[in-house]
Design a protein around this ligand. Structure first.
Ligand code: SAH
Length: 269
């Protein structure tokens, strides 16, 4: 193939949480015209192999160092117009995005990011749960506990949990005991509900475990869940079955907004 005078663009594409149908339309269109795809491990190979065209260079990055990956992307961009780095969920969450874009910029390669459905959203969707609920919590914290990567000061789970908001804890299923300890230390009740979802959205492989702070670890052990799982602690969990619920103002008949006038008479119904 003739060398192009202008290098191509490297697209960091969020593949979504696992179900190949959960990639964005834009991500899929880019894959369909890709000359080369570097995908992040088994979580996203399905989307790569489903949507990439015949003859596309497809490479799994699981045994590569960061330098090897950026070298591969730069070399591919010198051969192809469209090069894709396909990542799980959203590329901006625990995806080493900036570590990879800086060498590309230094090499004069254009790059751009296509967001993806993150596994926190997919996990809550799988369980039929909501991340926010009026007057219960209006805030979501996406975090992890310290493993080999330390947490910056002030971001220890105990400190974040003190807000009593929805907490989506990534990369921490093998450290579930630390999550339990942090929540209890922050004053959560040991009977507070916890949700663990493994392989959210994966057709036929998704596992949903509901428990309490006290028993979630045992339940996960019983289900042999030790990887690829999201932990969610939230005062919203189980709301579908609560006897009383404060309604969202957005859909309240007495609450007018830009697109709909308030209609107080409906409220009497
Ligand atoms: N960028 C990804 C996160 C990568 S870090 C995103 O936005 O989702 C990897 C962690 O994400 C895993 O340890 C797990 O906590 C979570 N994860 C990724 N895919 C998942 C899935 N399908 N179901 C549940 N958790 C998942």
């Amino acid at each position: 193939m003739a060398t192009k005078p202008q290098p191509g663009t490297v697209w960091f594409v969020g593949a979504g949480p696992g179900d190949p149908d959960l990639i964005t339309v834009k991500g899929r269109k880019l894959l369909e015209q890709a000359g080369a795809v570097l995908f992040a491990g088994s979580l996203v190979d399905q989307a790569a192999t489903l949507y990439a065209p015949a003859g596309c260079e497809i490479r799994d990055s699981k045994d590569m160092t960061l330098e090897e990956m950026t070298d591969w992307l730069i070399a591919a961009a010198n051969r192809h117009e469209t090069v894709i780095r396909l990542q799980t969920g959203d590329p901006g969450l625990y995806g080493a995005l900036i570590e990879m874009t800086r060498p590309l910029t230094a090499a004069g390669i254009a790059w751009a990011v296509v967001p993806g459905v993150s596994s926190a959203m997919a996990s809550m969707a799988a369980a039929g749960e909501t991340l926010t609920l009026p007057e219960v919590t209006q805030t979501v914290i996406l975090t992890r506990v310290a493993g080999r990567t330390p947490m910056p000061p002030g971001e220890e789970l105990e400190a974040l949990a003190a807000h009593k908001t929805t907490l989506c804890v990534y990369l921490s299923i093998t450290l579930l005991h630390k999550v339990q300890e942090a929540l209890l230390a922050a004053g959560w009740d040991e009977d507070a509900p916890i949700l663990v979802v493994q392989k959210a959205s994966w057709p036929g492989e998704e596992k949903i475990v509901r428990g309490t702070i006290k028993d979630i670890k045992r339940k996960c052990q019983d289900e042999k869940i030790a990887s690829q799982a999201m932990i969610v602690a939230s005062p919203t969990l189980g709301a579908a079955d609560w006897p009383d619920l404060i309604r969202s103002k957005l859909y309240d008949p007495t609450f007018g907004h830009r697109f709909r006038k308030a209609s107080p008479q409906e409220n009497a119904a």
